[in-house]
Every structure is written in structure tokens, then in C-alpha cells.
Design a protein around this ligand. Structure first.
Ligand code: V0V
Ligand code: CO
Length: 146
């Protein structure tokens, strides 16, 4: 079951400048940054709010690490802007299977690694009225040994 907006993915040419815009304009601070080589992105997560299912909603600012990545290709064609929307679920495997069963193309056979150790998959934008749609299951909270 999809229970929240996990994030909105925004493609940008210059991550540092875009982060600074969101800080200076809205007061949003960076919660997390990482490079995801498989996806070809350098990203910053800005937490907007916590949600009632224990998760949170973020803006995900994305700068391509290579021109032939999904975000690199999209930027070259469209310029900066909203690239995808991501729904949060506790069960990305079950929800992808159910959605695939409705005839929507799910891009990965098995979910891959996303931001902050999450597991992610994508639905083809041509099957979703022009919206590249991601499904995310957040990593379980870190446990300690004591
Ligand atoms: C492409 N199209 C889009 C789109 N990207 N439409 C809406 N939103 C987008 N973001 C349209 C494009 O205009 C074309 O339509 C058609 O799809 C085929 O696009 P293409 O330029 O030929 O590109 P493809 O087919 O090589 O790749 C498109 C897909 C690719 C969606 C398959 O971008 C992909 O695999 N995306 C999933 C991975 C991804 O986006 N990773 C970056 C975020 P016309 O012109 O034919 O009508 S990583 C992330 O979110 C992480 C790590 C996270 O959340 O944790
Ligand atoms: Co994303």
C-alpha cells in the first residue's frame, strides 16, 4: 500500500547552487547527500515533513554524474525541473508486482538501491500519463548493539 509522498525528484545542472536556492528561499536544510553511481546521480535530500506512518517526505535534488544517465539525458532534452515523483510503501516488492499485474511497465525485475539505503523501482512514464513514478521502501531504522 502506498502511504505517502516519499519524495519529489528535481533535476538540476548544479546541485550546490540548487541546494542554496532551497535554503535561502525556503529555509530547507540538507538532510542527507550521496552519490548513486548505478543511477548516475549526485543527490541531496531535503526533509520537508515527517509522516503518520513513521516515514517522511523529501525533496530530492539530482545532478547527473554522467551525460548518458537518466537524469543527464532528461536535462539535455528538457532543462531543469520536476523529474519524478516517488510514493512510499512498506512493501515495494508486493506493490510492484501488483502494479505490474495491472499492465504498467515496472522498469526493474527486482528493486534496486536508492537514497539512504532504500529499495526503489520505477514505473514507465508512458504508462503513467507522462509521470515517471518511483516506489520506495525506506531502509529499516538503524539498530544498535546495546
Ligand atoms: C523520459 N521520459 C519521461 C521522463 N524521462 N517522461 C516523463 N518524465 C521523465 N522523467 C519520456 C521521454 O520524453 C520520451 O518520450 C520517453 O519517455 C523515452 O525517453 P528517452 O529520453 O528516450 O529515455 P529512455 O527511454 O532511455 O529512458 C527513460 C526511462 C529512464 C524512464 C526509462 O529515465 C529510466 O530508466 N528512469 C528510471 C531511473 C531514473 O530516473 N533514475 C534517476 C533518479 P517521447 O519523447 O518518446 O514522447 S535516481 C533516484 O530517484 C534515486 C536514486 C532515489 O530516489 O533514491
Ligand atoms: Co528518486
Amino acid at each position: 500500500m502506498l502511504t505517502r509522498i516519499d519524495h519529489i525528484g528535481i533535476a538540476c545542472f548544479d546541485l550546490d547552487k540548487t541546494v542554496e536556492f532551497y535554503r535561502a528561499t525556503y529555509g530547507f536544510e540538507v538532510f542527507h547527500t550521496e552519490v548513486n553511481e548505478e543511477q548516475g546521480v549526485r543527490e541531496a535530500m531535503l526533509k520537508i515533513n515527517e509522516t503518520s506512518d513513521g516515514g517522511a517526505s523529501y525533496l530530492q535534488l539530482l545532478e547527473p554524474t554522467r551525460e548518458d544517465s537518466a537524469v543527464g539525458k532528461w536535462l539535455a532534452k528538457n532543462g531543469e525541473g520536476v523529474h519524478h515523483i516517488a510514493f512510499g510503501t512498506a512493501d515495494v516488492d508486493g506493490d510492484s508486482d501488483a502494479i505490474r499485474g495491472k499492465g504498467v511497465r515496472v522498469l526493474y525485475d527486482e528493486p534496486r538501491t536508492g537514497s539512504m539505503g532504500s529499495r526503489i523501482t520505477f514505473l514507465h512514464p508512458k504508462d503513467c500519463h507522462g509521470v515517471l513514478t518511483e516506489l520506495v521502501t525506506a531502509a529499516p531504522p538503524a539498530t544498535t548493539d546495546h
